[in-house]
Structure formats: structure tokens, C-alpha cells
Design a protein around this ligand. Structure first.
Ligand SMILES: [Mg+2]
Length: 487
């Protein structure tokens, strides 16, 4: 059985996708992030909680009570979007930094507005806030809803957009810190976290293949312990406690600071939650807090490229671990779970669009040729006039009119094709996501998010448990991309 066969036997949402060739046999250690990686959140209930808690705090600070009518919609915001907090806009950018789509509140920005604010400017993505994680979805929707409310009632809130965004951010961070969210999650964990029954098998296979498995999360000990217990305890007789799977457990890692900084490791007193500074090799029996990547590699005797780290956050988990330490990286793209199905439903439409694009290219080429021809005839006509050769001029004129008519017909055909393509692209995008279209595309171009996924992750998948379908010594081969001159 060759690799292609084994890959295509799996459903699209069961596969692991490869950007850079990764030899699993050479991976000594596999590290996992917890939230949205090992622990799959029910976005609808969890983000609603963050949304509602934050809204309550904003109203307590003096925001209008009417805002309580806003409802959380988990599908409103998409990962990879950028928030222009000063203008109150949410925008989608393609891989060439072209702003393809945008909304101010719930009003779609016009092409003129997009040009004026972004596409005619020197676009700098770092001036905006990037929606990198699911945790940001609720704060961004809240922002958009408040902007929409202000558009309808301009006198209702006398603050600028940037201040409003900062107020939301401060209150959402507070809701995470003061445990108003965590307490509710832990009191009713099955409502908020989805237990993947294949996760235990996946990790067990990696252990049997001799891999070192470690957990590295920004969540703190008490919450980590509760969530990990819920998703892994008693799933397997030999590994009845979640900690049996992990050689190292690092909580409160402060990523991306873990990869950029030099904070020391602390040992967590698991009964009291107190921390004590740690020195020397890491003890597999212990739980650590903080730390940094350089010390981790040294204390765990691992080289950067022997470590595969899997997380859901482009910057926190993937970019800095790869760029600064040469770790191999795996990204969880949970969106694919729903989207791949919708993309499959739209396959026929996609085929029609591609056919029309080919046809348009062909007609455009013929049109350009005809235009050159008519220009040439026109010049010849002028020349004949200058030479007083009326007969030649009239003959050329007849030919000119004939060719011009053909060119005009073709122009109309190209114009109509363009219009039909646009309509079909819009229809397809709407079917996949009514506001933003496909996560990995902005119109016909790759989205900025898709560009990040391919630049920073060696492999990506919609969930960790997809790894169970593959042999632990598998060489994941990247699809070779051709340069334009190689086609
Ligand atoms: Mg995470």
C-alpha cells in the first residue's frame, strides 16, 4: 500500500495534511497544547459564556443596558481576520495583503472604502489585531455588535472605537482571570468540553512507539488538572490517570514567552498549588510552571528538531517554536471539520467556476489579439488617408468595422463571463460562510490565514486524534509545489 492510497482511504476530516516533510520516526518527543488542542471546546456554549460575562461587566461599567439583547453567534467571526480597532472594522486579507472583504458593524465595506482605508495605503498587518485563536471570537463579535449598535444610535456611547475595543479586551481578560468563566466550566464541564474517545488511543500508540509525550499549556494547574482529568482519566485501564501519558507537564507556560524569554521553571505543589523554584533536570513525577524552551531542551535532553509541538495558536504555539527553536510543528485547524464538508457540497460549483475561468482566459486572449489587429488596421487607414488612397482606405475601413464588431462581441462575452464568475464565487462563498467565505481563501486568492498555516506548520489537521490513523514511523511527505516556470 503506498502513501497515496493510505491517505485517500481516509475521509478528509481524518487526514493529516503536510506542508513540510516530517519523518515521524525521527520525532523523539511530541508536545501538546491543551486548550483547543487536546481539549476540544464546545464553541457555542464556551464562547457564549465569555461573551455574556464580558457583556455584564461592560454594562456594569456604564455601557447601555440595551446591549444585553445582543446574542452570541459562534459563526460570526472567522479565524485569520484582522480587527482595525481604530476604524471599528473587521477585515479579511488575502496572501498579498489585499483587503478583499470588510465590515463596519454589520455593514459591508464598499470597494471604495476598502481602497481608501487599506488597498491604496501601505498595508501593515501588524497595525491590526489578528484573530488567531477561538478565544478571540467572542470579543471580536462583541466589538462588531457594539459598533453596529452605535451606527444605529450614534449618541448612545461617547467613546472612540479603539477605547471600546480596549474596554472589551480588559473585561474579557478579567473574566478569564477572576474565574467567572473557569468556575462555570468546571462546575459543568461536559457542557463546555467535548471528550474525544479516540484521544487516549492516539496518545497510547505514541507512547508504545517510544515517544516522549509532554503537555505544555498556558492554563494554570488547577484548571489544567480538571480539564485533563475530564478528557483522559479512565479511558484506558493501564493508563487510568491522565498524568500517566505525559512525561513532562508544564502549566502556566506563558507562550509565546516560553519560546522568547528565559523565565525559570517552578515546581507546582500539586496539593496546594504553591510554586517553588526548580533547579536541575526535570522530574517526570513533577508538574512545572513557567520555564523556557532553551532550558526545556537542555533539561529534557532533546534537540529542537526532535520535538514536534502541536497547538492551535499560530503565534503562541507554532511560529515562535519553529522560527526560534527549530521545533517541528503541528497546527490544529478545527474549522476544517465543518468546512471540508461544505467545500465537498460545493464541488460542482467549484468545477463550473474553474471551467469559466479557463474560458474567460481563452476569450480574453482572442480579444487582445483582435484589438491589436484593429489598431494595426486603424494605423493603415490613417496612412492610406495621408496618401490620398481612398480605395485602399475604404477597403481597410470595411475590414476595420468587421474586426471591431467581433472585438466588441468578445468584450461583451468576457464581461458577462466575469460577471457570472463573480456571482458563482459569491454563491459558493455564501454557502461555505455567509459573511466571510472559505477560511483558507479570500475570493480566488489564498487568505492570509492560509499563508500562515503553510508557512508555520509542518503538518495540520482538524483534530489530534487523526494521528491515530498513521504509523508512528511514517514519513509525512509534503506535496511538491511547482514554481510558475515549471508548469
Ligand atoms: Mg490552545
Amino acid at each position: 500500500m503506498n502513501k497515496n492510497n493510505s491517505q485517500t482511504k481516509l475521509g478528509k476530516t481524518q487526514r493529516v495534511y503536510v506542508n513540510r516533510t516530517l519523518d515521524f520516526a525521527k520525532v523523539q518527543a511530541i508536545g501538546y497544547d491543551m486548550d483547543h488542542t487536546l481539549a476540544i471546546y464546545n464553541r457555542e456554549t464556551f464562547e457564549k459564556l465569555a461573551f455574556d460575562e464580558t457583556l455584564k461587566k461592560l454594562i456594569a461599567e456604564g455601557y447601555p443596558e440595551e446591549l444585553l439583547e445582543i446574542k452570541f453567534d459562534p459563526s460570526y467571526v472567522q479565524r485569520g481576520l484582522l480587527v482595525d480597532k481604530d476604524r471599528g472594522n473587521l477585515i479579511k486579507v488575502d496572501c498579498h495583503k489585499y483587503v478583499k472583504l470588510g465590515y463596519h458593524g454589520k455593514r459591508r465595506l464598499t470597494k471604495e472604502e476598502r481602497s481608501k482605508f487599506y488597498n491604496n495605503q501601505n498595508f501593515k498587518a501588524n497595525e491590526f489585531i489578528s484573530v488567531d485563536t477561538f478565544f478571540a471570537l467572542s470579543e471580536v463579535q462583541l466589538f462588531i455588535e457594539i459598533i453596529e449598535y452605535m451606527s444605529k444610535k450614534p449618541a448612545s456611547i461617547s467613546k472612540d472605537f479603539g477605547t471600546i475595543y480596549n474596554d472589551i479586551k480588559r473585561n474579557i481578560d478579567l473574566s478569564h482571570k477572576d474565574n467567572s468563566i473557569k468556575d462555570k466550566v468546571l462546575a459543568n464541564i461536559d457542557k463546555y468540553i467535548i471528550r474525544d474517545k479516540h484521544l487516549a488511543t492516539t496518545l497510547q500508540r505514541q507512547l508504545h512507539a517510544g515517544k516522549v509525550i509532554f503537555l505544555m499549556t498556558n492554563s494554570h494547574w488547577e484548571y489544567t488538572n480538571a480539564v485533563m482529568s475530564y478528557i483522559l482519566n479512565d479511558e484506558n485501564e493501564a493508563l487510568s490517570n491522565w498524568r500517566d501519558y505525559f512525561q513532562y507537564v508544564i502549566v502556566g507556560s506563558g507562550k509565546p514567552g516560553f519560546f522568547t524569554g528565559s523565565q525559570p521553571f517552578f515546581e507546582v505543589m500539586t496539593d496546594t498549588g504553591l510554586l517553588k523554584i526548580h533547579k536541575g533536570a526535570l522530574n517526570p513525577e513533577a508538574v512545572y510552571h513557567g520555564g523556557n524552551a532553551n532550558a526545556f531542551e537542555k533539561l529534557a535532553s532533546l534537540r529542537g528538531d526532535e520535538i514536534l509541538y502541536i497547538g492551535d495558536h499560530i503565534y503562541g504555539d507554532i511560529k515562535s517554536s519553529k522560527d526560534l527553536h527549530g521545533w517541528r510543528t503541528g497546527l490544529i485547524v478545527d474549522e476544517l471539520e465543518d468546512e471540508l464538508e461544505k467545500i465537498a457540497d460545493q464541488a460542482e460549483l467549484k468545477r463550473e467556476i474553474n471551467e469559466l475561468l479557463d474560458k474567460k482566459e481563452e476569450k480574453e486572449e482572442t480579444y487582445q489579439k483582435l484589438k491589436s489587429k484593429t489598431n494595426f488596421i486603424e494605423n493603415q487607414m490613417h496612412k492610406a488617408l495621408r496618401q490620398d488612397d481612398k480605395k485602399k482606405h475604404d477597403k481597410l475601413k470595411t475590414e476595420y468595422e468587421k474586426q471591431s464588431e467581433l472585438a466588441n462581441e468578445l468584450f461583451d462575452i468576457v464581461y458577462n463571463l466575469q460577471k457570472t464568475i463573480k456571482e458563482k464565487v459569491k454563491k459558493r462563498e455564501f454557502a461555505i460562510h455567509p459573511l466571510w467565505g472559505e477560511t483558507m481563501y479570500a475570493g480566488l486568492e489564498r487568505s492570509r490565514f492560509a499563508d500562515q498555516v503553510s508557512n508555520y506548520s509542518c503538518i495540520y489537521m482538524n483534530k489530534v486524534a487523526n494521528l491515530r490513523f498513521y504509523n508512528q514511523t511514517k514519513k509525512f511527505l509534503a506535496v511538491k509545489e511547482l514554481m510558475p516556470h515549471e508548469f
